[in-house]
Design a protein around this ligand. Structure first.
Ligand SMILES: Cc1cc2nc3c(=O)[nH]c(=O)nc-3n(C[C@H](O)[C@H](O)[C@H](O)COP(=O)(O)OP(=O)(O)OC[C@H]3O[C@@H](n4cnc5c(N)ncnc54)[C@H](O)[C@@H]3O)c2cc1C
Length: 279
């Protein structure tokens, strides 16, 4: 299985006003901005690289490097990103207001591969990882692909995107660490239950798509190997330039000849064939 390597559209570096930046769950925000050029070319799994400043002025040297965020949705000329407050950059970002300028580079990276005979797709999102799977879910449902959505969060207050995914017809399964909603435990336990009963779930040629914490991705990869299900992962390694130059984001990838090489999440990824990742 190959992740798509189609010719990717030109990249644009735009200074654009924020349209909205609202809290959607505990420690999670949804930011919208108008980026017609990026919106026009954006593909599922692709990301933007955002320079975080206040009134266009950098607040600290630590914010010199841009931060990568997946394109969550595209609506007309607008794109959105769904982000979790992790550190300094995302904290500053969460205080920006409509009208504040944002410098956005994109669309960057490769895209998920959707086989023509796919039936069904299983998307597995851990925490803010679901942000990387929303455009994919929209594309799958538009193509009439039955889509099972497995989402995980620490608790009910941090649960993301369930209503939006249900609205487009994704069959949702939820897992929380504290059991406050859905399955009390790991989302990978739900995945195993589903794959244990392929007939009950009418699975014939499924594909798994996953994004989330490394531990979850490793567990998904192990399950996918056990059940021989092709799987694509959106990797979120820390990133410097996002242009393929600094090599800060590389991951180790198995080659067909048995060797391995380091590939850049920013340019060869972020979507990789799970079977090829060396953890
Ligand atoms: C291709 C790609 C797409 C992404 N899409 C999204 C998205 O849609 N939504 C979202 O919420 N996040 C996403 N991320 C992660 C996001 O880029 C980081 O959370 C963000 O850069 C953190 O910035 P910060 O300044 O707040 O944190 P920093 O101050 O830079 O770091 C705070 C702490 O978080 C750790 N950290 C920072 N970045 C990462 C990372 N990528 N992986 C693991 N630990 C990290 C640091 O080591 C440090 O301990 C994506 C990452 C990549 C590579």
């Amino acid at each position: 299985m190959q992740t798509s390597t189609a010719a990717f559209p030109k990249k644009f570096d735009l200074l654009t006003p924020i349209i909205s930046n609202e809290q959607v769950a505990q420690d999670h925000y949804l930011l919208r901005c108008a980026c017609p050029e990026i919106a026009r070319g954006a593909l599922p799994g692709q990301f933007i690289h955002v320079l975080i400043s206040q009134a266009g002025v950098l607040q600290a040297a630590s914010l010199l490097l841009r931060r990568p965020f997946t394109i969550f949705t595209v609506e007309g000329e607008q794109i959105s990103m769904l982000y979790q407050i992790i550190g300094e950059g995302t904290e500053v970002l969460s205080h920006l207001k409509p009208g504040d300028p944002l410098r956005v580079l994109g669309p960057l990276g490769n895209t998920f591969h959707i086989p023509l005979d796919l039936h069904p797709a299983i998307i597995v999102g851990g925490g803010a990882g679901i942000a990387s799977l929303m455009l994919l879910a929209i594309a799958l449902r538009k193509s009439g692909v039955r889509t099972l959505g497995l989402v995980a969060s620490m608790n009910r207050a941090r649960l993301l995107s369930v209503a939006e995914l249900k609205r487009i017809g994704v069959e949702m399964h939820i897992a929380t660490d504290d059991g406050s909603v859905g399955h009390h435990g790991f989302v990978t336990e739900i995945l195993t239950q589903i794959l244990e009963q392929p007939h009950a779930h009418e699975l014939s040629q499924p594909m798994i798509y996953a994004c989330g914490p490394d531990g979850m991705l490793r567990a998904v990869t192990k399950i996918a190997q056990d059940y021989r299900i092709p799987t694509q992962l959106a990797m979120e390694n820390r990133m410097g330039c996002a242009m393929g130059v600094c090599l800060g984001c590389v991951c180790k990838v198995r080659m067909p000849d048995g060797g391995f090489e380091y590939q850049r999440v920013c340019t060869e990824g972020p979507v990789f064939n799970a079977a090829e990742i060396v953890w």
